[in-house]
Design a binder for this molecule. Sequence first.
Ligand code: UDP
Length: 337
Amino acid sequence: MPRSVLDYNIAASADDKGGVGLKTAIVTGGAGFIGSHLVDRLVQQELHVVVLDNLATGSWDNLSQHGPDAVTRIQADVSEPWPQEALPSSADLVFHLASPASPVHYRRLAVETLMVNSMGTKRALDAALSYGARFILASTSEAYGDPAVSPQPETYWGNVNPVGPRSCYDESKRFGEALTMEYVRKHQLDARILRFFNCYGPRMQSEDGRVVPNFVRQALSGDPLTIYGSGEQTRSFCYVSDEVDGIWRAAITDGLAGEIINIGNPEERTILNFAEVVADVAGISLHVEPRPLPPDDPTNRCPDISKARALLGWEPRVPLKDGLEATFRYFRTANHR
Ligand code: UDP
């Protein structure tokens, strides 16, 4: 299968100079969707990457382009004690991405989601502390819940149902943020928290239930696009190579201990409009099938990325249509439908 490291990296950053001297990175969840693209980027930056993943929602197939010299694979649940014998003797960066992220998956794996974002985060923080490594927490726009302000700046505290069907994800990510901040305060850990907004691209699982794989799969099979609720709810879609570029910059920029930074695309659109763009890219006429709105589905979501612009010199560059075309190319291959 022709999947070179940069096949899908349609906006590789020109800013590849940072990170000199970094040798080893640990990525929890590195076999997942965003994680595997991050691993590609780290390998491209000449780091050796150690991936810990229990393959609950990821797959080693996502890393098949890397040999063992570049990437060490450890199949382990990061909520449980880490297998010390398999870990590297030193590490410069610890990225904690392990967690189900699709609403369908985190409902199915609700307790596991709570654990990986609480105990898993603690184990990842302790690993970073013992290595003297920098720590990067993958948090989420779900920390804002159903936001009452738009766009959402990092200073917004959110509007989260603490006991609803999404709370296993929202609240455990918020706990992970709180824990990370205590490691910054108590142990002076050099940690930064990134809040990812809706990210899409190749290597999303076709059956993960999120709107991008659903619409792309439905468009390819000639099925109507399933619109939940009125379709007037909004989201902002960031292509994965942009996302990874933001993560990389946040990892190599000095002086960010304790900073929280939104990483997402500020182009907000309704789900109905998103369906129109998908149909357009697929070259089909739009047919929709209304479905009930899931409980607590956020009405709107749009990142304020002023802070990412100022601190990282970062903003997304891939237009939605280009990103969707790359995503369609991936889903068209038989293995991914
Ligand atoms: N959605 C939809 N049709 C689908 C899947 C999702 O209309 O087939 C809607 C969903 O209700 C939500 C938005 O698309 O408002 C994004 O859903 P997704 O599951 O991708 O992620 P979320 O942003 O809710 O975490």
